[in-house]
Design a binder for this molecule. Structure first.
Ligand code: PHE
Length: 341
């Protein structure tokens, strides 16, 4: 009787265990067959119905059957653990053949590229870099540069006022005065920086960049200026260009010049870029005015100097053939990513 029951139970158990596929089902299986007060535990309680002389033998059989059932459970448990581990490994596996997500790399802004090149050229000639304040006083921006109040030249530069006599600098030239106030010749400085004018169209922006140059020493002439500017345009545009000086007017230089570069597009024959003239205007310059030297605490009878002011946007537009200054400030990535140096 007991033996028969146990065999039946074994068949039932094997069928149930075969259907077990995961930990939850395995736990349910344990409850059903090996829990308290079910199957194998019940058999034990039934022992009392077995005649006393057969009881030890029956007890042994039940114990063995229970051990066997537990072993079955154990084997299944290990099998499921292995299957689940394999599934987890498959889920977490890294596919090393999968292409990596690309991180877009940035590049320098064209103005920064050109500014860096300009700094390199002049630093190579021994210029030191000085940066002055963007919020400037009227004295350094105008008066010390020989542009007294009510001077018509102030109209040339539409000024943003911060307060009375405090403005956003309209050019980097106040840097000249600040350097001279702090240093006796020899002076050889480059003043890069942002400048501001109330002006906005295809070739003007209310904020733009200039680079001021100032060289003061004994015996400095316009020839020194032209030699250095030749080197500058040859580095930025093309090794075979040259400069030309035309008379001009700035209150803080005397004489003043407008500097043209021979057209790097047509080689000087005349094209649309140089408007048929063979020359392109690139910057303003001149010999530092006696009064400006004096205002800077430098004796104009002993020393002379030249100064120049370069518009960085203008050079950038010429160099890359950009016809609208707006592109330089909109920062459209499609535009910017064309400049990889
Ligand atoms: N400051 C002048 C301007 O902004 C440029 C300049 C600088 C001219 C130095 C002569 C000397 O237009």
């Amino acid at each position: 009787m007991m033996k028969q029951k146990i065999e039946q139970l074994a068949v039932q158990l094997e069928a149930s265990l075969a259907a077990v596929e995961n930990k939850e089902q395995l736990a349910a299986f344990w409850q059903e067959f090996l829990g308290k007060k079910v199957h194998y535990s019940l058999l034990m309680t039934e022992l009392r119905n077995v005649p006393a002389e057969e009881r030890p033998q029956a007890g042994k059989i039940i114990n063995e059957a229970k051990k066997w059932a537990e072993a079955q459970y154990q084997a299944k448990s290990e099998q499921i653990a292995q299957i689940e581990l394999a599934a987890q490994n498959a889920r977490e596996a890294v596919d090393i053949t999968m292409p990596a997500t690309r991180r877009p790399a940035g590049s320098l802004h064209p103005i920064t590229i050109v500014k860096d090149q300009m700094v390199d050229v002049f630093a190579g000639m021994g210029f030191e870099i000085y940066e002055g304040p963007e919020i400037e006083d009227d004295y350094h921006n105008f008066t010390a540069l020989n542009v007294p109040k009510n001077h018509p030249a102030r109209d040339m530069q539409d000024t943003f006022y911060v307060a009375e006599d405090i403005i956003l600098r309209t050019h980097t030239s106040p840097g000249q005065v600040r350097v001279m106030e702090n240093q006796q010749p020899p002076i050889k400085v480059l003043v890069p920086g942002r400048v501001f004018r109330s002006d906005s169209d295809a070739t003007h922006s209310p904020m733009f960049h200039q680079m001021e140059g100032l060289v003061v020493d004994k015996g400095i002439t316009l020839c020194d200026l032209q030699g250095m500017l030749d080197k500058f345009v040859q580095t930025i545009f093309s090794t075979d260009v040259k400069t030309r000086l035309r008379p001009s007017y700035f209150p803080f230089t005397e004489p003043s010049v407008e500097v043209d570069v021979s057209c790097f597009e047509c080689g000087g024959k005349g094209c649309s870029l140089c408007k048929g003239t063979g020359w392109i205007e690139v910057l303003g310059a001149g010999m530092v005015h006696r009064k400006v030297l004096e205002n800077g605490g430098i004796d104009p009878d002993v020393y002379s100097g030249f100064a120049f002011g370069i518009g960085v946007e203008r050079i950038t537009m010429l160099k890359y053939g950009i016809n609208n200054m707006g592109y330089l400030f909109e920062n459209d990535v499609r535009f910017l990513k064309q400049f990889k140096d």
